[in-house]
Design a protein around this ligand. Structure first.
Ligand code: SF4
Length: 657
């Protein structure tokens, strides 16, 4: 019997394993406890793609008010779930043989898998009607933070979610018979599943349930954590880093003491009241063992090569951006770096133990001192085969040599918060204390690009006080620097409870418009006294996204999920990646080197004899083909014709796709 089973619930990215449970389990094992981990998130994606789930959904289409053509279209997709599975799992099949696969093939497989996953999840969401699931998101109707909507869906879960949760609980969690169950809740996407698992576990057993991962702590801080949730969905919340609190809880369990006795860093109930214990001390990197991925299904992530997460620092060394609470998992204002030898030995250990060569630094932002040391201490990529991705912050102190060194040791892509192209807004955001921050941005982007490193930038419109003139600067900055910006993700400002700006909203002329009583107000609707409204900022976002799609380089790569860059760029340089992406865009958004059967499914129409339904699995375009058209496509499909070859014989066939 294990002391603790750590469960990582949906919804989270299916492309890489999480770092939290493997790190916590390593710590607790070293302290003498028996612990195992389970990634229920990857099992969720596998469930959604399974035939059983497809049959549940087909059954549901018969009960929905759909038009005939909608029903035929959705059912056609679901009846071909095996084709979608094959597209998506094809990435796993090239694991270990990436060296032998051509660059063109790597891009093709990533493109088909990514688009097929999007299309399939869209159909799942449409039929479910009560939630929407994406590779990066999960939203319930009524909002993930609306208490009434959440509780209604917990009391009566959608059939496929209830079936999935039962399988996880009865098939995976309870048979392991853990004394305590830990659930991670890192963001609002996981909240519904944490509560659903919690409720179902409570119905079936009296094991204590601990929830970590900061999101419930954020709800508690905001003041909307219901006391009734204790005992109903969980028993204890771990506020920040889980190592010391969980060690304390398991020690109490072993000694037969009340679980919460003298445990720091937790929230629990005592005499009918919610109590928050004093903070646990922040961890010192030198005392943290190597993460233990033994229980993580590292071959099953939806990726062509497994990427393991690592850390070189805990917290953000800058930590002053007005909108940001990213580093709160380590406790407010806590920041520590790892010794570079420790980082090197962690990577070496994980590489040898799990046969993995790709690593993603999950630091909030790699500090310049670590960047320099990594470049100086790590062996070259030519010796190790290691490749890396990571997040940085634009700094004047990061030199061209630093980027060259990062490339030499295997860094292939970096992510950075560009945020805005306006000096004035960057100052308002407190992004840095340099006077010409955009100059530092261009210098960093240029040096990284020259070194061969792809940079993905995050930015947003609508920081309080931003005007049209400022937004235009961001717009121009991105479009004018397309040669040095790899790609970018764009959003609008989100006002988070307890973010630095939240503590002095008056200075920014921000007014919170609504604090609805039945909602966990971790994020607020707001309006600004000066500058662009939320609506105007959304317009700027749409404007930039649509303008960037007219820039061939951005359009060529806009389909690539962030986590997949490291896999693709480990195989080819940025120039080749853009060329391959461009080739897909130029060929009606289809990979020329694919066969017809790799992108399309053909099946007989259920009620129209002689008609064939053709589904383009990369675009969700569905066509009913009759007569010569159906005969031709069946011929190409059954005989394994490549799209290029098919196009040469019959250009209009490509247009039907
Ligand atoms: S936005 Fe980035 S640099 Fe700024 S405080 Fe957050 S993690 Fe640090």
């Amino acid at each position: 019997m294990k002391d603790l089973l750590l469960v990582f619930p949906p919804q989270w990215s299916p492309f890489q394993p999480p770092l939290g449970p493997p790190s916590l389990s390593a710590w607790l094992k070293r302290e003498g406890f028996s612990v195992s981990c389970m990634d229920a998130n990857i099992l969720f994606f596998e469930w959604l793609l399974s035939d059983e789930c497809a049959w549940h959904l087909i059954d549901r289409t018969g009960r929905l008010p759909l038009t005939w053509s909608q029903r035929d279209g959705y059912e056609a997709v679901l009846r071909r779930s095996a084709d979608f599975r094959r597209d998506i799992f094809a990435l796993r099949e090239i694991k270990g043989s990436m060296r032998e696969v051509s660059a063109e093939e790597v891009v093709k497989k990533h493109y088909i898998a990514t688009k097929a996953l999007e299309v399939y999840l869209e159909v799942v969401s449409k039929i479910s009607g009560e939630f929407a699931v994406y590779p990066y998101d999960f939203r319930i109707d009524g909002g993930n933070l609306d208490i009434a909507a959440l509780e209604a869906m917990l009391n009566d879960p959608p059939e496929i979610l209830s079936e999935y949760a039962s399988r996880i609980i009865d098939g995976h969690i309870l048979p392991r018979d853990p004394k305590v169950i830990g659930l991670s809740c890192m963001g609002q996407e996981q909240l519904y599943f944490v509560l659903l698992f919690g409720r179902m576990l409570k119905e079936r057993s009296n094991r204590p349930i601990i929830v970590g991962g900061t999101f419930l702590n954020r709800i508690y801080e905001q003041g909307s954590l219901s006391q009734e949730w204790f005992g109903k969905y969980f028993d204890i919340i771990v506020k920040n880093e889980g190592e010391i609190p969980c060690q304390g809880i398991l020690t109490n369990l072993r000694e037969g003491a009340p679980l919460t006795k003298e445990v720091p860093g937790i929230i629990f109930t005592e005499y009918g009241k919610v109590v928050s214990a004093p903070e646990a001390r922040p961890l010192n990197p030198a005392e943290i063992p190597f993460p233990d991925f033994d229980d993580m299904p590292i071959e099953r992530y939806l990726s062509a090569s497994t990427t393991l997460p690592v850390l070189a620092s805990r917290g953000c060394y800058w930590g002053k951006c007005e909108f940001c609470r990213h580093g709160m998992v380590y406790g407010e204002k806590s920041y520590k770096t790892y010794e570079i030898d420790n980082v090197y030995h962690t990577v070496k250990h994980l590489s040898q133990k799990y046969g993995v060569t790709q690593f993603s630094f999950r630091d909030e932002a790699l500090p310049p001192s670590i960047i320099r040391q990594l470049g100086e201490v790590f062996p070259p990529h030519s010796e190790t085969g290691w490749t890396f991705s990571g997040d940085i912050r634009f700094e004047k102190t990061i030199t061209a040599d630093d980027y060259t060194n990062l490339y030499r040791i295997g860094f292939r892509n970096l992510q950075v918060g560009l945020e805005s192209g306006s000096e004035r807004v960057l100052k308002l955001m407190n992004k840095g204390d340099d006077s010409f921050r955009t100059l530092a941005m261009v210098r960093n982007l240029t040096a990284a690009t020259d070194a061969g490193i792809w940079i993905h930038c995050f930015l947003f419109f609508g920081f309080p006080g931003e005007t049209d003139e400022d937004a235009e600067m961001t717009y121009e900055f991105v479009l004018n620097n397309a040669d040095i910006i790899g790609n970018f993700g764009c959003g609008t400002f989100v006002l988070e409870h307890n973010s630095p700006i939240y503590r002095h909203l008056d200075e920014f002329g921000v007014r919170i418009t609504d604090r609805p009583a039945g909602r966990m107000n971790v994020f607020y609707e707001h309006e600004v006294a000066e500058g662009n409204s939320v609506g105007k900022s959304l317009e700027w976002m749409d404007r930039l996204v649509s303008a960037s799609n007219k820039i061939p380089k951005f359009h060529a790569v806009s389909w690539i999920p962030r986590e997949q860059y490291i896999c693709i760029l480990s195989k080819m340089g940025p120039k080749r990646l853009v060329e391959e992406g461009q080739s897909i865009r130029d060929f009606r958004n289809l990979p020329r080197n694919a066969s017809l059967s790799e992108v399309a499914s053909l099946l007989p129409h259920p009620s129209e004899e002689g008609t064939v339904i053709m589904i383009n699995r990369t675009s969700h375009r569905i066509q009913n083909l009759k007569g010569n058209a159906s005969e031709l496509m069946l011929l190409f499909h059954e005989n394994g014709f490549g799209l290029k070859e098919m196009h040469e014989h019959c250009p209009s066939c490509t247009e039907w796709l």
